[in-house]
Design a protein around this ligand. Structure first.
Ligand SMILES: NC(=O)c1ccc[n+]([C@@H]2O[C@H](COP(=O)([O-])OP(=O)(O)OC[C@H]3O[C@@H](n4cnc5c(N)ncnc54)[C@H](O)[C@@H]3O)[C@@H](O)[C@H]2O)c1
Length: 333
């Protein structure tokens, strides 16, 4: 693969996207980064990256719902990492059509652009939410797809399109299915920043939804490494396939809060907030990853344990300049 051409990333200004951009630049690549157009001239989390990283990044304002802007983004690139999505589960109850527009039609636009331009590799982003509550653990890629929220359904729709483009047109797409990812720059829609953000802001009564669900939490640098692994592996090992990325560990939300309290040296009381509870049939109760397929195909393995990753995330939130970017006192849908 030539290093003279660029790689394109959608969702580049987001949580995982900004870490992926950093990892790609560290690996020697020039990145064409799609940032969703907004009138605030905000480049999202890319604004926190050091200038020596941003010197290797070309920001392109656009929207994955617009086929023309996606075509321009991918032109001449050798790899496209497609991460742009609407990701909040509660907001998907309120605005499901926007999830279909972004996560299904947006993915279709990226697949079409990759197909038309003959791009050699596309990495499509799925999510462990498409499995629903685990029927068997750890979850392999052969686990049934059970979509318990409009978010999960829209992501599964994108996944099916990716599979169909490979089967129908030979489009060289590989699907990465990350389990819950955490780390610096995550939005307060997720449980770890919700807890750490509230505690870092001085709160000792932490407001949350259901404490029983268990999750397999992967540190964001490891998730970014998984993207690079499937984006750069020999085609015959990965193209046309789906890969889980997760640690194989499992912790309940309640135990996670206790662990964060210990790491932040804070005595926490947990308040259950009814508005944060999901409809019973929609809450995914258990997710644990089997990443053997990814390990065998690419050699990927997580380098960070949960406590190590949490310590790094706590350091990030304790920086007042970072904390100021969050609304820790309100429920962030
Ligand atoms: N965070 C997790 O735990 C997790 C787990 C599994 C999968 N994922 C997937 O990883 C990807 C990145 O998620 P994240 O956690 O970084 O979320 P995020 O919200 O921080 O990033 C998503 C990005 O997509 C952009 N975007 C949204 N609509 C767009 C549009 N119409 N056009 C262009 N850009 C648009 C947003 O501006 C944002 O920067 C998503 O595809 C998500 O489904 C995330």
């Amino acid at each position: 693969m030539s290093t003279a051409t660029a790689v394109a990333v959608t969702g580049a200004e987001g949580f995982i996207g900004s870490h992926l951009v950093e990892a790609l630049v560290a690996s020697g690549r020039r990145v064409r980064a799609m940032v969703q157009y907004n009138s605030f001239s905000s480049h999202g989390w890319l604004e926190l990256l050091p200038s020596e990283v941003m010197d290797c990044v070309d920001v392109v304002l656009g929207d994955v719902r617009d086929s023309g802007s996606v075509r321009d983004l991918v032109a001449d690139c050798d790899t496209v990492y497609h991460l742009a999505a609407l990701i909040a589960i509660p907001y998907s109850y309120r605005a499901p059509r926007s999830y279909v527009d972004t996560n299904v039609s947006g993915t279709l636009n990226v697949l079409e652009a990759v197909r038309e331009s003959g791009i050699p590799r596309m990495v499509h982003t799925s999510t462990s939410e498409t499995y629903g509550t685990a029927r068997t653990v750890p979850i392999t890629e052969d686990h049934p797809i059970v979509t318990q929220s409009p978010y999960a359904a829209s992501k599964a729709g994108g996944d099916r399109l990716a599979d169909s483009y490979h089967a129908s047109f030979g489009t060289p797409v590989v699907t990465l299915r990350p389990f819950n990812t955490f780390g610096p720059r995550q939005s307060m829609r997720a449980v770890i920043p919700t807890v750490i953000g509230q505690v870092a802001a001085g709160e000792r009564k932490v407001t949350l939804g259901d404490l029983r669900p268990t999750r397999d939490f992967t540190y964001v640098k490891d998730t970014a490494a998984a993207f690079l692994a499937v984006g750069t592996a020999p085609a015959e090992r990965v193209v046309g396939r789906t890969f889980n990325a997760g640690t194989g560990g499992e912790i309940s939300v309640g135990d996670l809060v206790r662990l964060i309290g210990t790491l932040m040296d804070a005595d926490l009381a947990v308040l259950e907030d009814p508005q944060r509870l999901r409809p019973a049939g929609s809450e995914v109760m258990r997710l644990v990853c089997d990443a053997a397929r990814l390990r065998e195909a690419t050699g990927w393995a997580p380098a960070h344990g949960l406590e190590d990753g949490l310590a790094r995330t706590i350091d990030f939130f304790r920086d007042p300049a970072h904390l100021a970017r969050y609304k820790t006192a309100s429920y962030n849908v």
